[in-house]
Design a protein around this ligand. Structure first.
Ligand code: ATP
Length: 361
């Protein structure tokens, strides 16, 4: 029996609705296999935690995470936190940094009956997660953004060989595992950022030599944005730096039906965190209309990742069952939330996926 200890961190706003659904789906998939078990550990985080404990990221939550195999993090609505309280921190950059979650894997996939700008899209973007322009996590101490005078702002961009190499390696490994074009595209702007993007691309090229079975190309970011918008089917696996990846993954989500269709996984050498691409969507929170797809598929990626790490066939199979259950609900039953043109509630869509999994041969 392989046991997984997984954390449940619901986050804010729609997180309170979509995370329980993702947990239910994962549990339904795993229950069908006698040799795997998930021990769930729910931990406080975000604004509900602030109201309860006075902290958005309690020390107890942090220390518990070190004992887990992985966790599901719901979206965080940090913009609504009290601005002047040092205990009301934005938890997710801290988690990404503290647990060395260097690679953020964000797939974008279209479904035949879900209205989208493009069909037959199946692309995975890997974004370096902890450096680049993101000032809340690109320094050891302090912030990567400062104002020497009231009318001058400086934002420092950090690129390291280590993180570039880890993101590139994750991209090549994913390209090798997938039934795709076996191609990695590295996105950069070394025409301008000669040192930063230069180091990133040179590192990708070095990693590419270890994967002779995977073809490799480099594309300048502005050209890539145009190509992705026009013909996303030409891309398989994409790797890029933090800010470019942040923007391009939302663009990719927009091509396949919107942010509700954008799952994500943050991975590092020791820890893994399921986190959807979208934010906490306060505008639709509490209405049971949030699309749970992104959160469910983030959890599916978590299970698949752990299964592959541990060579656990049942976990891999259970994660594939989730893919099939989701496909059945999206392609056949069409029980989807309003953002996808349906009338199902968040819970109804989740329950339909659980039922589809349970009824599989
Ligand atoms: P952040 O900066 O934290 O990523 P954001 O500003 O990009 O957040 P979101 O909270 O992601 O904003 O929401 C952007 C839009 O997408 C909102 O109109 C929201 O309702 C919609 N949206 C986001 N997630 C979902 C979802 N799961 N289902 C349906 N609509 C969603």
């Amino acid at each position: 029996m392989t046991e997984y200890r997984l954390g449940i961190l619901k986050g804010d706003d729609i997180g309170l609705e979509i995370v329980p659904v993702a947990v239910k789906v994962l549990q339904s998939a795993v229950e069908r296999y006698k040799d795997i078990k998930i021990n769930w550990v729910e931990l406080p985080i975000g604004y509900p935690s602030y109201l309860e404990t006075g902290e958005t990221l309690p020390v107890k939550t942090l220390s518990k995470l070190y004992e887990l195999d992985g966790w599901i993090l719901g979206p965080i609505g940090h913009m609504a936190y009290p601005q002047n309280d040092p205990k009301a921190v934005n938890p997710h950059p801290i988690l990404r940094k503290k647990f060395d979650l260097v690679s953020n894997i964000r797939p974008a996939k279209s479904y035949p009956f879900i209205s989208s700008l493009h069909k037959e899209v199946d692309v995975v973007i890997i974004r370096e997660n902890n450096e680049g322009f993101q000032p809340d996590r690109n320094m050891h101490k302090g912030l990567g953004e400062f104002m020497p005078t009231p009318d001058l702002a400086l934002s420092v961009r950090v690129i390291t060989k280590r993180n570039s190499e880890m993101a590139a390696r994750a991209a090549f490994e994913i390209a090798r595992q997938r039934n795709g074009m076996k191609k990695v595209s590295a996105i950069h702007k070394n025409t301008v950022f000669k040192l930063g993007c230069g180091l990133f691309i040179d590192t990708c090229r070095e990693v590419a030599k270890e994967f002779p079975d995977i073809s490799f190309e480099t594309v300048v970011v502005d050209t890539f944005a145009m190509k992705l918008a026009m013909r996303p089917q030409n891309f398989d696996v994409v790797v890029t730096t933090n800010m470019f990846g942040d923007i391009l993954t939302d663009l990719a989500a927009g091509l396949v039906g919107g942010l509700g269709m954008a799952p994500g996984l943050c991975v590092g050498p020791h820890y893994v965190m399921a986190q959807a691409t979208h934010g906490s969507a306060p505008d639709i929170a509490g209405k049971q209309i949030a699309n749970p797809y992104a959160m469910i598929m983030s959890a599916q990626m978590l299970l698949s990742w752990l299964g592959n790490q541990k060579g656990d066939i049942s976990a891999i199979q259970a994660s594939e069952d989730i893919v099939l259950g989701v496909e059945k609900v999206l392609n056949e039953l069409r029980l989807v939330t309003p953002d996808l043109g349906g009338e199902a509630s968040t819970e109804e869509m989740g329950t339909a996926i659980c039922e589809a999994i349970k009824s599989m041969a």
